[in-house]
Design a protein. Structure first.
Length: 488
């Protein structure tokens, strides 16, 4: 209820809609969140006790709350740089993110959810104390969601992965002891938090260096930018498709289909550039001399790219326009990857709690039903729509000054790292990856281009997030166990 009120206050100004329309959107989301669980198979079959159904209903709402806050805070990782550079408007960014976050959660979420579900807590320690473990999982969702809501209300980009793992570890240590935590998994995840920004920085550094070398330093930067666009899209779409989708049972089929997706993306981008940049492209009929006509014939294999010409100002305009389109595509990659990676932060504990209610969690990895994945995706979308603008509107401006070329380099590097980690089942922090990628772009321009003070503030927020989640989880578990003792 509080979320809806806060959203209505800012949504009209953020999206240029009437207060009545903002209220209608918020009411629709709230009603859907309350009614949809009643239709989900995961609520329990017709023979399930009414108490189990009620607790399952509450569990789904806890998971939705966490997913909602993930959407509200982390969507800026995907779209903040695009809004900051002007490649997308705020409304375009939110609508695009809503579609792709849901798709990523539904199609990729199972890769990492099993780690969040089974790889953090040693459930055998809580054997015979299912009610305590159940309360701890729900409290972890509530604690992480609470801190994320505080962060989002202040426009702080924090790590949802940090938050949920900190919450679960805090609960495990206090109520189960050191043996209740898989320290090897924690070490692996912690290492990934350090490694992911480094890899993101290296990747974006190399991408931006290539842009400066092969585009800005080219004799005709506009032609070079337009020529590189379909190549970049082909490689990016093919790679993300191969890593993300279960495209085929055999490797050759998977490669063939991913290459087809990349080729389709390259064709679409080429046609878009031809259509949108037509006012900057000279046609053969405007050639002023036979020598120019001869040069055009020699470059005919380049198609419309051979027609690009003009003064430096026009060249720069073409470069920025081309990379503006590329940045939109890279933002879509990042949004899709984020939906697949970070939905596990809500669905992992949610699925574990549901399995306890239905007599599972005795061993092995509990299958994640599609309706639960879709539920997590819906929660992320709801958060994106209602509060996503809060962090999006600041992250693109405060971390560093971005242009379409810099934003593209940062986003495509971060998306590649996140997608690869999701494929490997490693729950990295998308926030860390993006910040590292943005820093890498800054380093490519010189060390003074990185705003050290902003980086310090971001790192400080990362440090606070883990203990904040842990303390809140311990407090919420104490409260919830008291309530459950009265109900059960």
């Amino acid at each position: 209820e509080g979320n809806s009120a806060a959203a209505v206050d800012g949504m009209p100004q953020a999206f240029g809609i009437s207060p009545a329309a903002a209220s209608a959107v918020s009411v629709f989301i709230a009603v859907s969140a309350l009614l949809c669980p009643l239709l989900m198979p995961s609520l329990g079959g017709g023979l399930a006790p009414i108490r189990t159904k009620l607790l399952s209903y509450a569990t789904l709402l806890f998971g939705f709350y966490m997913a909602w806050n993930i959407g509200a805070n982390d969507v800026a990782n995907a779209m903040g740089t695009s809004v900051g550079s002007g490649a997308l408007t705020l409304r375009q960014a939110v609508l695009t993110a809503a579609i792709l976050e849901f798709s990523g959660a539904l199609l990729m979420g199972t890769h990492v959810t099993s780690t969040m579900q089974k790889g953090i807590l040693v459930t055998q320690v809580f054997q015979g104390r299912d009610h305590l473990l159940f309360a701890g999982l729900l409290s972890s969702l509530a604690a992480a969601g609470t801190w994320l809501q505080v962060a989002s209300s202040n426009g702080w980009p924090v790590s949802t992965t940090h938050c949920i793992i900190g919450s679960m570890v805090g609960f495990g240590l206090v109520y189960g002891g050191p043996g209740a935590v898989f320290w090897s998994s924690i070490a692996k995840v912690t290492l990934s938090w350090v490694v992911s920004p480094i890899i993101g920085a290296i990747a974006s550094f190399l991408v931006y260096k290539c842009i400066r070398r092969f585009v800005y330093s080219a004799p005709n930067p506009g032609r070079a930018a337009a020529a590189s666009a379909p190549i970049a899209i082909f490689l990016g779409v093919s790679g993300v498709s191969f890593a993300s989708f279960p495209l085929g049972k055999t490797l050759p089929v998977s490669i063939l289909l991913s290459v087809a997706c990349g080729a389709a993306g390259a064709v679409i981008v080429t046609r878009t550039i031809r259509k949108q940049l037509g006012h900057l492209l000279l046609t053969e009929s405007r050639a002023a001399s036979s020598s120019e006509n001869t040069e055009t014939k020699q470059d005919k294999h380049l198609g419309f790219l051979s027609d690009i010409a003009g003064p430096t100002g026009t060249q720069l305009e073409i470069v920025y326009a081309v990379f503006g389109y590329l940045q939109v595509v890279s933002a879509c990659f990042m949004s899709f990857a984020h939906g697949g990676n970070d939905v596990s932060n809500a669905i992992g504990p949610l699925a574990a709690a549901l399995s306890i209610l239905h007599g599972g969690l005795s061993g092995g990895v509990v299958p994640i039903p599609n309706d639960v994945l879709a539920w997590g995706g819906f929660g992320i979308v709801a958060g994106v729509v209602m509060w996503g603008y809060r962090v999006i509107s600041t992250i693109g401006k405060k971390i560093t000054e971005l242009t379409p070329t810099r934003g593209f380099a940062a986003e495509i590097a971060a998306a590649s790292v996140v997608v690869g980690a999701s494929k490997l089942g490693l729950p990295i922090s998308a926030t860390h990856t993006l910040v590292g990628a943005v820093m890498g772009v800054g380093f490519a321009r010189g060390f003074n281009s990185v705003r050290a003070e902003t980086v310090k503030q971001i790192v400080a927020s990362w440090v606070v997030t883990v203990p904040a989640g842990a303390v809140l989880a311990v407090a919420y578990t104490w409260i919830l166990t008291k309530l459950l003792s009265c109900i059960l």
